[in-house]
Write a protein that binds this ligand. Structure first.
Ligand code: F6P
Length: 542
């Protein structure tokens, strides 16, 4: 149990001693530059400045000690060795193999996984090339202009986020990407009005190929083709599948020759590196997809080999533990200062909250510490004009991760300096704050207003910078957060690779759907029964 580790107890005492110490004090000292030097890191094209955190050198040493005592190194090695670290599903969690060199020694249950991975990658390269060059056509010989990825959760958020982030690399004349995830028919209906069936290709992307939302959207999409001039035997030109479930793919009616496989030892939220990334290869080309894999691999190498105190995922992970478990901060904010990365917070929500939103340790005992914080955020500078007020002056402290490319993916004169200036200024303001004396010295004479204008500062943030938003550095960024999530799961002694918490709602939805459509009756609590009755009334009328 983490709370019984020596370092945990030491951190508790240390926290009592320093929790009120203002960071401003450390930045006022003569050695402030040394603080920045010691509390910054570079890896895989990313620069991390973590000096604006409420940590001393002693805090940092204790956090690294906690990582060591919690067994981060051993669990990391077990993950890379293909052990069944996903204990409740009795599976390996070997997404790192997907971005490894072809001759890497990754095995699951004694079998090398590399030939299978390479085979699928070759097929993805070939298929993406054919669609992008126009060699793969729709049923009547027309080139594909639009691709719809139908999937949800890990089969949507990762590829959707990457396609958005790398949109500047997409050929303007190449296929347009659309992502449909929600079972709310509005999403698919609004997408369909923009599409020509003869020029549309659908990727049905689902690890299990049983997910309600995805199957409902895939069925509606098939109907749309059939009603718009595409015959049943021509559908093969318009549907491909990405899945681990061959049987269900065939049953749905997709030609297995058009199926891109992946494996049960890849968790959905870690799957964008597999054939789930087919949409990425189609949108920006297979070479860019390969660069993304290479970036992920570079971060894997760093995570596997760097000492804990110089290890970016470990450092970020342990800072998160410091705020979550010792300061008791319930949320954390991801603020990418890049419109291209606007979907990164949503991706991170699934990665962190589905992985580490757990209350039971690996052995089934209850956890005795807090686990995943609520993860939230949007792209800057938009967030500044929405919720940053609360981050600066609210009663809860929110640690923020700022992420920014130094070179803009697309630029208009003057914009990027303004964007970066705001990013750095937010981090500075959060740390530094503003005192009543500073306000008076700056000429504020209305004393009644002064307390409202004071910023306490001492609010923590990390700054992650990259030069360009290339596929390589994006791959490294994603792998960084994957490993950071894993590190935290190790410290909390939970299984970061299962997601039993999503099951119950899915099970309960089935009979409710039957009732709403007048095909069944079930027993519910009074509140749910009243909601069903109200909705059924409207549905029947409609
Ligand atoms: O409901 C949660 C979940 O199981 C996620 O973990 C997963 O990424 C998503 O559903 C989609 O699952 P699938 O890829 O099997 O359709």
């Amino acid at each position: 149990m983490p709370t019984e580790l020596h370092a945990w107890t030491a951190l508790r005492q240390h926290h009592d001693a320093i929790r009120h110490t203002p960071m401003q004090q450390w930045f006022a000292e003569a050695e402030a530059a040394r603080r920045v030097e010691d509390f910054s890191l570079e890896a895989a094209g990313l620069y991390l400045d973590f000096s604006k955190n409420r940590i001393t050198f002693e805090t940092f040493a204790l956090l690294m000690k906690l990582a060591e005592e919690a067994g981060v190194t051993q669990r990391r090695d077990a993950m890379f060795a293909g052990e069944h670290i996903n204990t409740t599903e009795d599976r390996a969690a070997l997404h790192v193999a997907l971005r490894a060199l072809p001759d890497a020694p990754f095995k699951v249950d004694g079998q090398s996984v590399m030939p299978g991975i390479q085979d699928v990658l070759h097929r993805m390269r070939d298929f993406a090339g054919r669609v992008r060059t126009g060699a793969w056509t729709g049923f009547n010989g027309q080139t594909i202009t639009d691709i719809v990825n139908i999937g949800i959760g890990g089969s949507d958020l990762g590829p959707r986020m990457v396609c958005r982030a790398l949109a500047h690399l997409a050929d303007p004349k190449g296929p347009r990407m659309h992502f449909v995830s929600n079972v709310d028919g509005t999403e698919l209906a609004e997408t369909l009005v923009r599409l020509d069936p003869a020029r549309t290709l659908v990727i049905v992307c689902s690890k299990t190929f049983t997910t309600l939302e995805t199957m409902a959207n895939a069925c509606s999409m098939r109907e749309w083709f059939l009603q718009n001039g595409v015959a049943e035997d021509q559908l093969a030109r318009h549907f491909v599948a990405v899945s681990t479930n061959r049987e269900a793919v065939v049953k749905f009616g997709i030609d297995p020759a058009n199926m891109f496989e992946f494996w049960d030892w890849i968790g959905g939220r870690f799957s964008l590196w597999s054939s789930v990334g087919l949409s990425i290869a189609l949108a920006v080309g297979f070479d860019a997809f390969e660069d993304l894999l290479l970036g992920g691999r570079t971060m894997d190498d760093h995570f596997r080999t760097a000492p804990l105190a110089r290890n970016m995922p470990v450092v970020l992970g342990m800072l998160g533990i410091w705020y979550r478990n010792f300061f008791g901060m319930p949320t954390s904010c991801m603020a990418p200062y890049s419109t291209s990365l606007e979907l990164f917070p949503a991706f991170l929500q699934q990665l962190e909250m589905e992985s580490n939103g757990k209350s039971v340790q690996i052995n089934g005992d209850p956890v005795r510490s807090d686990t995943s914080p609520v993860v939230w955020g949007t792209a800057g500078t938009n967030g500044q004009h929405a919720y940053f007020q609360m981050i600066h002056q609210g009663s809860q402290i929110v640690p923020v991760d700022f992420v920014a490319p130094l070179v803009p993916p697309r630029s208009l004169p003057g914009h990027h300096a303004k964007l970066l200036a705001n990013c750095f200024a937010q981090a500075e303001a959060l740390m530094r704050g503003r005192t009543a004396e500073e306000l008076r010295a700056a000429g504020v004479t209305d004393e009644a207003r002064v307390p409202h204008m004071v910023f306490d500062g001492n609010r923590p943030s990390n700054m992650l910078l990259m030069e360009d938003l290339t596929p390589h550095v994006l791959g490294a960024l994603i792998a960084l957060y994957e490993h950071r999530t894993f590190v935290q799961g190790v410290v909390w002694n939970i299984n970061s690779f299962d997601q039993w918490g999503v099951e119950l709602g899915k099970i309960l939805a089935r009979p409710i759907e039957q009732e709403l459509t007048g095909k069944g009756e079930a027993t519910h609590d009074a509140s749910t029964a009243a909601l069903i009755a109200r909705a059924r009334g409207v549905l029947v009328r409609g």
